[in-house]
Design a protein around this ligand. Sequence first.
Ligand SMILES: C[S@@+](CC[C@H](N)C(=O)[O-])C[C@H]1O[C@@H](n2cnc3c(N)ncnc32)[C@H](O)[C@@H]1O
Length: 210
Amino acid sequence: MSGEEWEAADHVGHYCERADEFPRRAEGEGVLLEHVPRDARRVLDLGTGDGRLLALLRRERPAMIGVGLDFSELMLTAAHERFAGDERIELIDHDLAGPLPELGRFDAVVSSMAIHHLEHERKRSLYGEIFDLLEPGGIFANFEHVASPTRRRHLAFFVAINEPLECEDPSDRLLDVESQLVWLRDLGFDDVDCYWKWLEMALLIAAKPA
Ligand SMILES: C[S@@+](CC[C@H](N)C(=O)[O-])C[C@H]1O[C@@H](n2cnc3c(N)ncnc32)[C@H](O)[C@@H]1O
């Protein structure tokens, strides 16, 4: 895996242009927004891209301090443009394949369509790091691209999102929902479940015990 496509203007442009039109996305994101407390003070967004999810969270949490991590220069440039002059949003260049830098504690950690790019072992260790940097009672919400049970269902997903299979992201490392829920429970998270799902899109939520 290289992740080089996130440095390619055509790949990034194609994703950003279609982001709002992705089928059922608003529905899944809506459930995520319902579960991040309105009084969340510090929120970390992993693989923030152009800051889309932080911007959605900010609509009803104007005092929120947001930290967005990504390793794509193009995405981070777009996020800097989106949040120009906003001192409550910090953007950090970081490759999630490596351990998270020192970031302080967070009331919520969110991610949207990003963690599935990591190798499975790294997904698991990242979930452990997320547990450690959450405040007691804090929430982790991952709106994610997950694996289908069969190749047939995988092909059906690409038909449903109106993308040719040739456009499948070479850095995708899709994993089923169940394995991820088991990991989260084993790490000590509470209230672990899949809170929303449509084909290969799922919202996994887990709370750190208070
Ligand atoms: C499909 S985009 C989603 C962007 C944004 N979260 C959203 O919902 O619009 C995936 C994002 O994950 C980032 N990403 C992928 N692998 C990464 C890694 N190893 N470290 C940091 N960011 C990564 C990409 O640069 C890209 O911005």
